[in-house]
Design a protein around this ligand. Structure first.
Ligand SMILES: [Zn+2]
Ligand SMILES: [Zn+2]
Length: 333
């Protein structure tokens, strides 16, 4: 499914099978998660995708041809957003490859996984934890990884607010509870389904995004791309709290009184992921254990999945089912 230009639907296309260069693997894609970042690319909110582009950066598949040494044919691998880094810049050399100036991202600078085949640099592909079927593993690769990095940036906060209860929050909620934290979920006004979903997953309170929770919070993570949530989150956190903006794009943040930041509150963003983030999260997920809820879509229904995500109607994570190896049980989740 190819994006020719921003703000146009993806187009079904027959492309030549990609061939792996040195150090790359050719992957038969079994599942590819649909991330809000894909939506920002399709909607033209991220300015510089390669075009035409195959979207998708939560790829789970099997290696069918290896031009490297790390994986063999038949290995199951996962491909995340971070597709390549230079290894030489000051960010790469200081453990911050997520900030690499020359980084290339899957489904943005590099063709991604809304396709039967994809190639990936083997150094940036992960082994997928056993015990997760392909569909359920797929959202771990971005919603899970970025959510995990955002949660680490929230420090050891006990009372954690999650703004926007989509794919990332539904995973972070489970990890946070596993770590003994208390979760407060903020959803769009009137979104009763999202509210109930958060409560089912163990949030102790769930309410409208501009409502006051029953007590102050020690940290908040803003997943929703809505700038007005930033002052809202600062306004319900205690002194010394951190508010983390976890999305790649957000509408403008309205001006707000300094008082909301005063008291040593910290406001920060989280950008991309490092391979170390990926390895630590994929080790942690089965221990929690994180259970992902997925809505499966056939590859040719990618536009429908994006529309549902844009409308805020996906419960958990939307995932494109691409290979032919899935059981009905898997697809039901
Ligand atoms: Zn670099
Ligand atoms: Zn993503």
């Amino acid at each position: 499914m190819v994006l020719d230009a921003p703000r146009t639907p993806l187009r079904p296309a027959e492309l030549p099978e990609p061939s792996p260069g040195a150090g790359q693997v050719l992957i038969a894609v079994d599942a590819c998660g649909v991330c809000r970042t894909d939506l920002h690319v399709v909607d033209g909110e991220l300015a510089k995708p390669k075009l035409p582009l195959v979207s998708g950066h939560q790829i789970v598949g099997r290696v069918v041809l290896s031009a490297g040494a790390r994986y063999a044919e038949g290995d199951r691998v996962g491909v995340p957003w971070l597709g390549w880094t230079c290894g030489e810049c000051r960010y790469c050399r200081s453990g911050r490859e997520n900030l690499c100036d020359r980084a290339r991202f899957t489904g943005y600078d590099l063709d991604g996984g809304y396709a039967e085949y994809a190639v990936a640099d083997e150094r940036f592909a992960f082994a997928v934890p056993e015990g997760y079927p392909d569909l359920q593993a797929s959202p771990l690769l971005c919603a899970g990884l970025i959510g995990h990095r955002a949660l680490r940036m929230a420090g050891d906060a006990e009372r954690l607010g999650l703004y926007g209860f989509g794919a990332a929050a539904h995973i972070v909620c489970q990890v946070a509870l596993h770590e003994g934290r208390r979760v407060f979920a903020f959803v769009r006004a009137g979104d009763e389904e999202a509210r109930e979903f958060a409560l089912e997953l163990g949030a102790e309170w769930a309410g409208d995004s501009l409502a006051a929770p029953p007590e102050e919070l020690d940290a908040a993570i803003v997943f929703a791309p809505a700038g007005e949530l930033v002052p809202a989150a600062l306004g319900v956190t205690a002194k010394g709290s951190t508010v983390v903006c976890a999305g790649i794009h957000m509408t403008d943040i309205p001006s707000f009184p300094y008082e909301l930041l005063w008291g040593e509150r910290v406001l920060r963003s989280v950008a991309n992921l490092t391979r170390a983030d990926g390895e630590s999260f994929l080790e942690l997920a089965p221990q929690v254990p994180v259970r992902t809820e997925v809505e499966p879509y056939a590859l040719e229904k990618a536009n429908e999945a994006l529309d549902r995500l844009r409308a805020g109607r996906v419960r958990g994570a939307a995932v494109l089912v691409i290979g032919t190896t899935h059981t009905p049980e898997e697809e039901r989740g």
